[in-house]
Design a protein around this ligand. Sequence first.
Ligand SMILES: [Zn+2]
Ligand SMILES: [Zn+2]
Length: 349
Amino acid sequence: MPTDYYETLGVTRDAEPDQIKKAFRRLARELHPDVNDHDPEAESKFKEAAEAYEVLSDPERRGTYDRFGHEGLRSGGWAPGAGGPGGIQDIFDAFFGGDPFRQQTGPSSGADIGVRVEVELEELVAGTTREVSFEAVNPCEACDGEGAAAGSGFTQCEACGGAGEVRRVSDGIFGRVLSSGPCDRCGGVGRVPDRPCEACGGAGRIAGRRSWEVDVPAGIEDGQRIRINGAGHAGQPGAPPGDLYVEVRVEPDDRFARRDTEIYTRAETGVTTAMLGGEVEIEALEGRETLEVPAGSQQGDEILLKGHGLPALGGGRRGDLHAIVEIRVPKKLSRKQREAALRLAEELE
Ligand SMILES: [Zn+2]
Ligand SMILES: [Zn+2]
């Protein structure tokens, strides 16, 4: 049975928002792990208080809770600590600059890198590759990314006692705030080399350039991103690298329009060919193709070339090519052509 939120915060049911905030702040300070190493239940009490505050600080949630209790909140889709705006994470951030129970010790992993490649629509029939080159922090080769000179060992960092993390006290809008962050001395690694590697100064990483051959899969859409695990910036010694994200731009091509796997192109057809039927040349993804236009074709008619579109991302059969008939009327006629057209007009009308 969950405890009553008003009881948890020690306020009355008609408490003003300001009183609720004050009550939570007081409790949170008492229960904060940085001042409460001695109370093993501090963490669960703190989280209970945060949950109560998450509900009672939000007028809508508070109203639901007042009328329907815990059940009402859950059937309305709310769950404690579910996150989102005004969720527990925001509360931790506002009061403490981060979740005090989240473990953030140890070396930090490398950051992600984003690059962009441009491809032609035609290349998406079979897929293609692109060599990308970008600025990246690479593991130092001289020390294998460890940061120590050859033959040197490591000593535990004195500044953080090997934890990689230091706690700081600062005065913020909610009063005195205890926060923690990576240790400056060892960069969060917790140990320092006895003799730092000369090439990287002990960091284990060096900024430079890197190249990568990216496989661009068949059928990819403009703007989609490919994630390459571990191809981002190198992490601190002992931590994993970030990822590389490759955004694919498909260059616009005014010969074609695309909808998923379907490709649309023009079939420019002369007046007589439209009337009598005949062959026209069209632009297709794999070069020009000859197309049979049936007699009596109308402006906007669609002629389908099955399997001449794009494959779906991840494989499967290719879509179709839709050739749209565009009847070209000659702008100028020779005397002979005009006479022929007049005779035809007499016959037709
Ligand atoms: Zn090095
Ligand atoms: Zn340290």
